[in-house]
Design a binder for this molecule. Structure first.
Ligand code: HEC
Length: 131
C-alpha cells in the first residue's frame, strides 16, 4: 500500500513538472536547445544536416537563422523557396515549421508541420547554436 501511494505521489509530481514545462514553453527563456536537438534528430535530420555545406534531400541548416531563403550554396531549391524573399528569423521559422506550405507556398519540403509550439521553440533554439 505504501508503495502504491508513493507511486501516485511521484506520478503527480511528474505531471506537475510536465505542466510547468508546457506553461513555460511560450517564453524565449524556456526554449531548450538540447531538447531541440533531439527533436531535430527525430524530425528533420533524415533530410537536413546540421553540418556546414552538407546538403541532403534538403539544404544544410548550419547557419540557417538569419540567412536569406534559398541561399545555401550548391543546393537545388524549388522556385518557390528560391524566390520566397524571406529572412529565416526565429519568428519566420516558427511560422514556417508550423505550416511550411503557408509561408512558402509550393515548397518541395515534404513536411506537414510541427504543431507543438514548445518543440518548435526548442528546435529554433537548437538551430541558433549552428554557427
Ligand atoms: C522529408 C524531408 C524533409 C524533412 C523531414 C524536413 N525538411 Fe526542411 N526541407 C526539405 C526540402 C526538400 C527543402 C527545400 C525546399 C524547397 O527548395 O522548396 C527544405 C527546406 C527547409 C528550409 C529552408 C532553408 C533555406 O535555405 O531556405 C528550412 C528552414 C527547413 N527546411 C527546416 C526544416 C526543419 C527545422 C525540419 C524539422 C522540423 C525540416 N525542415 C524537416 C526537406 C525536409
Amino acid at each position: 500500500m505504501s508503495c502504491f501511494s508513493s507511486g501516485v505521489v511521484s506520478a503527480a509530481i511528474i505531471a506537475l513538472g510536465v505542466l510547468g514545462a508546457v506553461a513555460g514553453g511560450g517564453t524565449a527563456r524556456a526554449a531548450d536547445a538540447a531538447a531541440g536537438k533531439q527533436v531535430f534528430q527525430s524530425q528533420c535530420a533524415i533530410c537536413h544536416s546540421d553540418k556546414k555545406g552538407q546538403n541532403k534531400i534538403g539544404p544544410s541548416l548550419f547557419g540557417v537563422v538569419g540567412r536569406h531563403t534559398g541561399s545555401e550554396p550548391g543546393y537545388d531549391y524549388s522556385v518557390a523557396n528560391k524566390n520566397a524573399n524571406l529572412v529565416w528569423t526565429p519568428d519566420v521559422l516558427d511560422k514556417y515549421l508550423d505550416n511550411p506550405q503557408k509561408i512558402v507556398p509550393g515548397t518541395k519540403m515534404p513536411y506537414a508541420g510541427l504543431k507543438n509550439a514548445t518543440k518548435r521553440a526548442n528546435i529554433i533554439a537548437f538551430l541558433e547554436t549552428l554557427k
